[in-house]
Design a binder for this molecule. Structure first.
Ligand code: HDE
Length: 690
């Protein structure tokens, strides 16, 4: 029964409202499949009377809503996933018996989730942090989860320290802040007392921790795993993902500002790239070695704070990972994805790395709490795409309907009941064991500084400067002077010069005494150029984003040819104008905008073009956001193209001429400059380098 109109354009049952929104839709139902007659009004006793508790539609809707959230992940809470495939290009026959490493050309479906570690689910993508790089391979022999990060080492050597590390890194427990950052006393108190974290700190203070895009970062399995062949022979392996677009990071001031301008910067980038058919791609490389090779190092290959430099052991390319499909539903897929380190398939096995050993337990355990019971593997995103037959029964949310009377083994009553299979089944590599039960760290794990130093001196000059600046930034947020001093004293173990530079930036007084070190840093390790990001930057605008600032009076032809050139080079193009409706070009056409000036700062783009005529530039000069747009692009070392008439805006923004400032340029010359990336020579002009 329709009541009286209650608000303009809406009758009592909301039919008019729904007609406004468009007709021809299927009927809305409850969870039990009953069609809902009125989704706008709860059942009332009288027109202005109380709501009745007997309303099944209201009760069901509110109750389900009340239960919508599940606990977020204790770490890596903020993440973003996509579907794709892994294709083996080079067989590992004779090295691993896993089908996924033997069948070239076969496309194994995968689900990949990228994440930050410390921030809560609603935090920002551009936090300085390690990125998770978790891959679930739905192989025909069962699921294999390679749960890795974008940095090849870790903070700690033994899983028993993980809760301490994470407690120290996340928000301080009394105040619940700061969010998604390690720039606070607790973290640096812990880090300065944990020399084993030093190598990882170097990586986390590098620009690896502020990637430009998930598509432009590397991934690593970190631990040494084993591959095992048909004869039971084992080969050690370290897994590496290499992005096809090369590597790229943002600069720190840019990261801070992106966090405000677009906290979803990385997710948006991945979603858009996949939607537009620019499928992100990585190569899977492997470092393969045996015990004899491992024994040559004075560090332990079971120690997750160490790498094997690629220059010593090159990567063997094995296959490629392509992400070609966005999720249909974030919660059902990305949030409910349960990666478990213990998910391996025959032919892939663990080593005794004490960090890895703890992880084998932790992931399954955390999923039990997060997903509410032991049947989470049945969720579509987690379910294997091969036959699953076992006698595990019942439990919360059992979604299958097991048939037959036999739910035990051995049994004889049902001819199709599953049986173990010694040939095809998962076997553990029969690693020998010896020794006493002890709580002890092997002496081979004691060198915490040599590779930290090697990492630093493998970087280009701007990258070294950024590491120093990052230490200064983070430690400047630490209120306890003793913690700042202790951390700098720890750095002195890596290299006195690094410690001096950080101390200078912090304004620390007095001399720096290194903390006593178990093993002194080796100074003879050769630089490993493979550790530099800049060395892996590709000279292309592919995958990057060009922002073009316009105002009324702009030359439509210029915009047209710039847009066409950018698209041809597989980059993204966006127009920023004072109004979202766009700008009126000199020929009267409307150049539609993708961003309103205040919502499209230059931090969102890799290179910018200022397309304004003499009148338009006067309009822009009145907008602080336009001046800031150009100023930031310059400060963030970006290539800036501009019409001649735009010069007054460049002057107002303090832009000084250099190789990256192209005034009166054409699209082609601008894009050629933009392909080179940032103008590093400019950096000392805009920032103090300590
Ligand atoms: Fe994790 N880690 N971790 N971790 N980790 C989790 O599992 C843990 C470590 C990594 O996208 C948790 O599902 C322990 C190293 C990624 O869903 C939890 C230790 C590396 C993800 C857990 C480590 C990682 C996680 C939290 C020390 C790089 C996100 C929620 C022994 C190789 C996966 C969850 C996703 C998630 C435990 C150390 C990577 C609690 C105990 C080293 C990418 O189980």
């Amino acid at each position: 029964m329709a009541g009286k109109p209650q608000q303009p354009g809406m009758t009592g049952n909301g039919d008019e409202l729904h007609q406004l929104a468009g007709g021809g839709h299927p009927p809305l139902t409850t969870q039990t499949g009953v069609v809902v007659s009125d989704d706008e009004n709860s059942l009332r006793g009288g027109e202005r009377g109380p709501t009745l508790l007997e309303d099944p539609v209201l009760l069901e809707k509110i109750q389900h809503f009340d239960h919508e959230r599940i606990p977020e992940r204790v770490v890596h809470a903020r993440g973003f996933g996509a579907h794709g495939y892994f294709e083996l290009t080079h067989s590992l026959k004779g090295i691993s018996r896993a089908a996924i490493f033997n069948e070239t050309g076969v496309k194994t479906p995968v689900f990949v989730r990228f994440s930050t570690v410390a921030g809560n689910k609603g935090s920002t993508d551009l936090a300085r942090d390690v990125r998770g790089f978790a891959v679930k391979f739905y192989t025909r022999e069962g699921n294999w989860d390679l749960v890795g990060n974008n940095i090849p080492v870790f903070f700690i050597q033994d899983a028993i320290k993980f809760p301490d590390l994470v407690h120290a890194a996340k928000q301080e427990p009394d105040k619940d802040f700061p969010q998604a950052q390690t720039a606070h006393d607790n973290f640096w108190d812990f880090a300065s007392l944990m020399p084993e974290s030093t190598h990882m700190l170097m990586w986390v203070m590098s620009d690896r921790a502020i990637p430009r895009s998930f598509r432009m970062m590397e991934g690593f399995g970190i631990h040494t795993y084993r591959l095992v062949n048909e004869d039971g022979k084992s080969t050690f392996v370290k897994f590496h993902w290499r992005p096809r677009l090369g590597m790229q990071s943002v600069v720190w001031d840019e990261a801070l500002k992106i966090s405000g301008a677009d906290p979803d910067f990385h997710r948006r980038d991945l979603w858009n790239a996949i939607s537009e058919g620019n499928f992100p791609e990585w190569e899977l490389g492997m470092q393969l070695f045996d015990q004899e090779f491992a024994d040559k190092f004075d560090f332990d290959v079971l120690d997750a704070t160490k790498i094997i430099p690629e220059e010593i052991l090159p990567l063997r390319t094995v296959g490629r990972l392509v992400l070609d499909r966005n999720v249909d539903n974030f919660f059902a897929e990305t949030e409910q994805a349960a990666f478990c380190v213990r998910n391996v398939v025959p032919g892939i096995d663990f080593t005794n790395d004490p960090l890895l050993q703890g992880r084998i337990f932790s992931y399954q355990d955390t999923q039990l709490l997060r997903l509410g019971g032991s049947n989470f593997q049945q969720l579509p995103i987690n379910a294997p795409k091969c036959p699953v037959m076992h006698f595990q029964r019942d439990g919360h949310m059992q979604m299958g309907v097991p048939k037959g009377r036999v739910n035990y083994s051995p049994s004889s009553l049902q001819p199709d009941s599953p049986r173990q299979d010694q040939q095809r089944g998962l076997t553990a590599f029969p690693q020998g064991m010896e020794g006493h039960k002890l709580r002890i760290r092997a002496a081979s794990f004691a060198d915490h500084f040599s590779q930290a130093r090697q990492f630093f001196y493998s970087q280009t000059e701007p990258e070294q400067n950024h590491i120093v600046s990052a230490f200064i930034f983070e430690l400047s947020k630490v209120d306890h002077l003793a913690v700042r001093e202790r951390m700098v004293a720890q750095l002195a173990n890596v290299d006195p010069r690094i410690a001096e530079r950080v101390a200078a930036g912090l304004g620390l007084q007095g001399s720096i005494e290194p903390v006593p070190a178990a093993v002194k840093a080796r100074t003879d390790l050769p630089a490993s150029p493979a550790l530099s990001i800049l060395g892996k930057l590709k000279n292309t605008v592919e995958g990057r984003k060009i922002g073009c600032l316009v105002a009324d009076g702009v030359h439509a032809g210029l915009i047209g040819s710039l847009r066409a050139d950018v698209k041809r080079q597989k980059a993204d193009f966006a127009i920023i104008a004072p109004k979202r409706g766009g700008a009126k070009a000199a020929d009267g056409t409307i150049i539609e905008a993708d961003f309103q000036l205040a919502g499209g700062p230059s931090v969102l783009f890799d290179a910018v073009f200022i397309a304004a005529d003499a009148d338009g530039v006067q309009l822009l000069l009145k907008e602080a956001a336009a001046v800031a747009f150009v100023h930031d692009a310059f400060a963030h070392l970006k290539v800036i193209g501009a019409t001649k008439e735009a010069q007054p805006l460049l002057d107002a923004a303090g832009v000084m001429p250099d190789a990256g400032v192209l005034v009166g340029t054409n699209p082609e010359a601008f894009l050629t400059a933009a392909a080179l990336g940032r103008i590093w020579d400019r950096e000392p002009k805009v920032r103090t380098v300590y």
